[in-house]
Design a protein around this ligand. Structure first.
Ligand code: PMP
Length: 427
């Protein structure tokens, strides 16, 4: 127990092309000015039409790109991310999660990180790296539809672990795992799951957040069955109550946690900046997958974010987060008070302590698909029918997801009033 074996989908050899790419990049950086390189495959940025940029930050600061910075921003960059952004994030990660040093690869003894084009890219690459057709993958559904979209084409079996308002239920996980013998998980032909995916805070769509106790129990079960846990935590920074619950990453003594973080909900979703954090051998392989597909996250957006973060420092960053939390807490409160006003007799819900979603079960409605996709539009209210978050989306589902991120409290109130009328008509 505790010894982790990384079982990749297939072995990605360290191909000559990868070695050459990395070695050349390194040589180019360390080379004396007298070296004449005919090696690079990058275009000449003198031919690009953009010259400089200055972006005004809401607090009056500016993020500027002079001609030299602009040339770099417009050029290819390292597949794992630009060094200054990575260093900044590694420090933040260390301060927030303080991952136990023993957790990281026996080879390197350290945590590794890479930048991804949103956490969605990180998730996709992690699944691509690990999941074979026919593998059993554990997750607590309902879950993020983007995860289902990433997993379905891989031809794996999605195995549901029941959850409630506090996320995945450890006793239910134990029950699911009892199908396999922990001493046989490494035997050839074993069908025991290698990975477990979960959204620990402000779940999408459920709004559920896992307690520290549950995380500990789930982690212990992962140790018994030598599973990796994919901790997909884009709502980590949107936890309304402090202190924030310890993360899986913070309890990882073996090197079995792969964590995905996102700047989408706190800095910008369109800039597409996310991170994968985990044991070095796993993150290095994610980087190979990036190198083979997008090559890297936009240099321009990485530099833009990096400049801002360096000027803020960690303290300034966390002060910004506090303001974002304050906004979402008020929005959540507005939605709950309108739900109390309009939906008490026709729906059930739990108040989310993080994120941007309220997950509601409509009483007496077996399936919300038609009601939401057709009738709700007539009443000019739009929600997401719960079925899209289920492993088997064709089964009837009485839930709907309501987001409190974009609408004003007045709009939220009107929307839930319309939803209430709609449900009453349908009953
Ligand atoms: N995971 C979850 C649970 C999400 O809700 C989302 C976005 N909706 C993502 C990952 C992807 O986020 P992004 O790629 O913007 O970081």
């Amino acid at each position: 127990m505790g010894t982790v074996v990384y079982r990749y989908k297939r072995h990605i050899p360290n191909l000559p092309c990868f070695i050459a790419h990395n070695r050349l990049a390194e040589l180019q950086q360390r080379s004396p000015p007298s070296l004449i390189s005919l090696a690079g495959g990058a275009p000449n940025s003198n031919t690009f039409p953009f010259q400089s940029a200055s972006i005004t930050v809401k607090n009056g600061q500016t993020v500027t790109f002079d001609e030299v910075a602009m040339k770099r921003a417009l050029q290819y960059s390292a597949s794992n991310g630009i060094p200054e952004l990575l260093t900044w994030m590694k420090n933040l990660q260390k301060n927030l999660h303080n991952p136990p040093t023993a957790s990281y690869s026996p080879e390197s003894g350290q945590m590794e990180m890479c930048v991804t084009t949103g956490s969605q890219e990180g998730l996709c690459k992690v699944f691509e790296m690990l999941v074979n057709p026919g593998d059993n993958v554990l997750l607590d559904a309902p879950t993020y539809s983007g995860t289902l979209a990433a997993l379905h084409p891989l031809g794996c079996n999605l195995v549901n672990v029941p959850s409630d308002q506090h996320g995945m239920i450890p006793a239910a996980l134990k029950e699911v795992l009892s199908r396999w013998d922990p001493s046989e998980v490494h035997k050839p032909g074993s069908t025991a799951p290698k990975i477990l995916y979960t959204i620990p805070n402000g779940g999408n769509p459920t709004g559920a957040s896992m307690t520290a106790e549950r995380k500990k129990e789930v982690y212990e079960l992962a140790r018994q069955y030598d599973m990796l846990i994919i901790e997909d935590d884009p709502y980590y920074f949107l936890q309304f109550e402090k202190p924030w619950a310890p993360t899986f990453l913070s309890m990882d003594v073996d090197g079995r946690i792969i964590r995905t973080d996102s700047f989408s909900k706190i800095l910008s979703s369109g800039l597409r900046i996310g991170f994968v954090t985990g044991p070095k051998p796993l993150v290095d392989r994610v980087v190979l997958h990036i190198q083979a597909s997008t090559m890297h996250t936009s240099t321009f957006t990485q530099l833009m974010v990096s400049q801002l973060l360096h000027s803020w420092g960690q303290e300034g960053f966390l002060q910004h987060i506090d303001k974002v939390i304050e906004f979402y807490r008020k929005q959540r409160d507005a939605m709950i008070s309108s739900a109390d006003k309009w939906l008490k007799d026709v729906a059930e819900w739990h108040t989310p302590s993080a994120g941007m979603f309220l997950w509601m079960k409509l009483k007496g409605i077996a399936d919300t698909q038609q009601l939401i996709m057709e009738k709700a539009l007539e009443k000019e209210v739009l929600l997401v029918p719960g079925g899209v978050f289920m492993i088997n989306s064709s089964e009837p589902c009485p839930y709907v997801r309501a987001a409190f991120s974009l609408s004003t409290p007045e709009q939220i109130d009107e929307a839930l009033k319309r939803l209430s009328a709609l449900i009453k008509e349908a009953l």
